[in-house]
Design a binder for this molecule. Structure first.
Ligand SMILES: Nc1ncnc2c1ncn2[C@@H]1O[C@H](COP(=O)(O)OP(=O)(O)O)[C@@H](O)[C@H]1O
Ligand SMILES: [Mg+2]
Length: 233
């Protein structure tokens, strides 16, 4: 579904990604692991067109989408939840969801406010609350809910577990697995390795802007050497 082929990405003159390649197949949850500053967010930004790669290609459903702007990729079916949850603090929960709604002809089984509230009941309970008055975990759920309102087939989640209390981490894991069960494909960047390994099928490890390991989560769990070296777990 998604194929990242040898991308090189720069911020100004700083060369950040050095030939990053990865692949996400339909229906998979794939995690991108690596320490702080390794290049996870830059990879996500490169895919979604916020920081276009200087070299290499991004294929989505076998079409070259390299460097296409985020709104075009959203239309093609890629949802993106940045690490800084970008919700509107002054709008209510319901309004935050409504403005993200994609006004295409509605089919059954597509996402709307009601369905988002079934996945995240707290968003239904607090539908009239201002986004800025939600807890950190609730804001994350709202950010994911907003991305779902665009009816993506692939969702990019950048460190969704960061800053969440352990109980919240567990419930977000369940929700991500429920999304997977609906057929959604997920690329997840995470520093919470234990959590990511609980919900992912396959893993990539990035270090200094290069993919240094990839394998199934089972293989990663069995490979203590790699985990110790790159992930400190
Ligand atoms: N806007 C920026 N300008 C210059 N360098 C940046 C910028 N954002 C991130 N970097 C650098 O790029 C590298 C990778 O960062 P990032 O992709 O955010 O890593 P991660 O998400 O894995 O923590 C880091 O060395 C970071 O300092
Ligand atoms: Mg990051």
């Amino acid at each position: 579904m998604l194929e990242v082929q040898g991308i090189h990405t720069f911020y100004g003159l700083s060369h950040i990604l050095f030939g990053v390649s990865l692949q996400v197949n339909p229906g998979e949850v794939v995690c991108l692991l690596g320490r702080n500053g390794a290049g996870k967010t830059t990879t996500m930004r490169s895919i979604i067109g916020l920081t276009a790669p200087a070299r290499g290609r991004i294929l989505f459903r076998d079409e070259d989408v390299t460097g296409q702007p985020p709104y075009r990729l959203a239309r093609r079916g890629i949802g993106y939840v940045p690490d800084d949850r970008r919700i509107f603090a002054d709008l209510t929960v319901a309004e935050n969801l409504e403005i993200a709604e994609r006004s295409t002809n509605k089919e059954s089984g597509r996402w709307d406010k009601e369905r988002v509230s079934e996945l995240f009941p707290v968003l239904g309970e607090k539908r009239s609350r201002k986004g800025g008055h939600l807890s950190g975990g609730e804001q994350k759920m709202l950010a994911i809910g907003r991305a779902l309102m665009g009816n993506p087939d692939l969702i990019l989640l950048d460190e969704p577990m960061e800053g969440l209390a352990p109980l919240m981490v567990r419930s977000l894991e369940e929700q991500i697995l429920r999304l997977k069960a609906t057929g959604l494909t997920v690329l997840l960047s995470e520093q919470n390795v234990v959590s990511a390994m609980r919900i992912s099928d396959r893993s990539y490890i990035i270090d200094n802007g290069q993919i240094c390991y990839h394998g199934t989560v089972k293989e990663l769990q069995a490979n203590e050497e790699v985990r110790k070296k790159y992930l400190q777990v």
